[in-house]
Design a protein around this ligand. Structure first.
Ligand code: NZQ
Ligand code: ZN
Length: 382
């Protein structure tokens, strides 16, 4: 094992009715001014807005709303939230939504307390924010990213066309009620769950000793994710499967799988840049890219692929493991080609060349890719 320090920042309240049961008590620890952050309005249709504002009002909180946080949140949106937080002397930011809302708020909490441009500080100067952020809490309505479990955020800088990771406020608490996810469109449920599968795979294919216990846990998370996604294919509203997926999502990103190892996450690097140029859905982008990426590296880690195949898909052999993954993606009805990703721009070879050249190449997977190979992978997904 590599040396490690492990600390888990968020207190989790899981299950049906978790907000009503726990939020009033939690809120008592914070000051009166709450920034209630959410996305494009799904919470107004499924009753979550009503429930959460009811709890905030009953607790005597002064609510400022930060709305319309988009999927693939932008740096401009972070600035808008930071301005609102400053102007309204916010004591607590409550992010109600999926990964996009939570990520945006993580950086809002840190940006609101400083005049420095945190994109510049973190992504250019490679320094950490120096001031303590405004406290953040998350009420999760879409699972998959596990964003509520850590301090990392993925933000799109539209000027530089970089969708990049930043570190800021980790939520102090997270409300995980599987019922809150029930109104999600079927495709988002499945693409979110595929994101979880991807996190476990990307962690597993990083560097570690052969017998790292983290690998055993990662394989169990992958297996459970696949089993529960298959349950959802039969009944998308199955509460038990939704609960398991909400928790596997959280476990895949709470750091426990990453203990004592270095992660790969090259597929995420490719998908993030694809997202920066096309605004595609994160889990769907991963579904398209993963099989093509793994066909490129399968010969560099044959034993690990074979082990994954046995543990997750009950097949023998490295190539068979990649085939099984590709078959599973089709079985779920997830996209298998870039042209199915609802891109905001036309996806052409010229565009893909630009995207490929902008991808961050990481050294920790079975083999480091080149920009030419990333381009080949993209072209194979056309
Ligand atoms: O905006 P609203 O109207 O709420 O609609 C959202 C959005 O359209 C909708 N939705 C959410 N909860 C709903 C619901 N619709 C009906 N009922 C509900 N209960 O779902 C759509 C997608 O939401 P979004 O938050 O964008 O999805 P997701 O949770 O997949 O988050 C994606 C973002 O997280 C980043 C991704 O890159 C992407 O930007 N990630 C964050 C990570 C992290 N911080 O640890 C790790 C991941 O690898 C990922 O990169
Ligand atoms: Zn992801």
């Amino acid at each position: 094992m590599e040396n490690f320090v492990y600390e888990y920042p968020a207190k989790v309240y899981f299950g049906k009715g978790a907000a009503a049961a726990h939020l009033p008590g939690i809120l008592a620890a914070y000051g009166p001014n709450v920034l209630l952050a959410y996305g494009g309005g799904s919470i107004k249709k499924n009753g979550v807005y009503e429930e959460i504002t009811g709890i905030l009002n009953a607790a005597g909180k002064q609510i400022t709303e930060f709305t319309e946080i988009m999927s693939n949140p932008t740096w401009a949106k972070v600035q808008e939230g930071a301005r609102l937080a400053r102007e309204n002397r916010i004591d607590l930011v409550l992010a109600v939504g999926g990964g996009s809302v939570v990520d945006c708020c993580k950086i809002v909490c840190a940006q609101a307390v400083t005049d420095e441009n945190l994109w510049e500080v973190e992504r250019v100067q490679h320094k950490a924010p120096s001031k303590a952020p405004i406290p953040l809490g998350a009420v999760v309505t879409a699972s998959g990213t596990g964003a509520e479990m850590n301090g990392g955020a993925v933000i799109t800088n539209e000027d530089s066309k970089i969708k990049g990771g930043m570190f800021a406020a980790a939520p102090r608490f997270a409300i995980l009620d599987p019922e809150y996810t029930m109104s999600l469109p079927r495709m988002q449920v499945l693409s979110g769950a595929f994101d979880t599968l991807s996190h476990a795979m990307e962690t597993y294919f990083g560097r570690s000793d052969r017998d790292n216990v983290s690998d055993e846990v990662a394989l169990a998370i992958m297996h459970s994710t696949v089993v529960n996604m298959r349950t959802l294919l039969k009944d998308i509203n199955d509460y038990t499967a939704r609960s398991n997926l909400m928790w596997t999502s959280a476990m895949a990103e709470n750091g426990i799988l990453k203990v004592g190892r270095v992660t790969d996450f090259e597929c995420h690097q490719m998908e993030h840049q694809l997202g920066a140029y096309t605004d595609c859905n994160h889990g769907q982008g991963l579904a398209v890219l993963h099989p093509a990426y793994y066909r490129h590296i399968v010969k560099d880690a044959p034993e690990k692929f074979a082990r994954l195949g046995r543990a997750v898909f009950e097949v023998e052999g490295a190539e068979a493991a990649v085939d099984a993954l590709a078959g599973f993606i089709k079985e779920c009805g997830l996209p298998t080609k870039l042209t199915e990703l609802h891109s905001k721009v036309e996806i052409t070879p010229e565009l893909l060349r630009q995207v490929a050249d902008s991808v961050n190449l990481l050294p920790n997977g079975p083999r480091q890719l080149t920009h030419d190979e990333v381009y080949e992978i993209f072209m194979e997904c056309m």
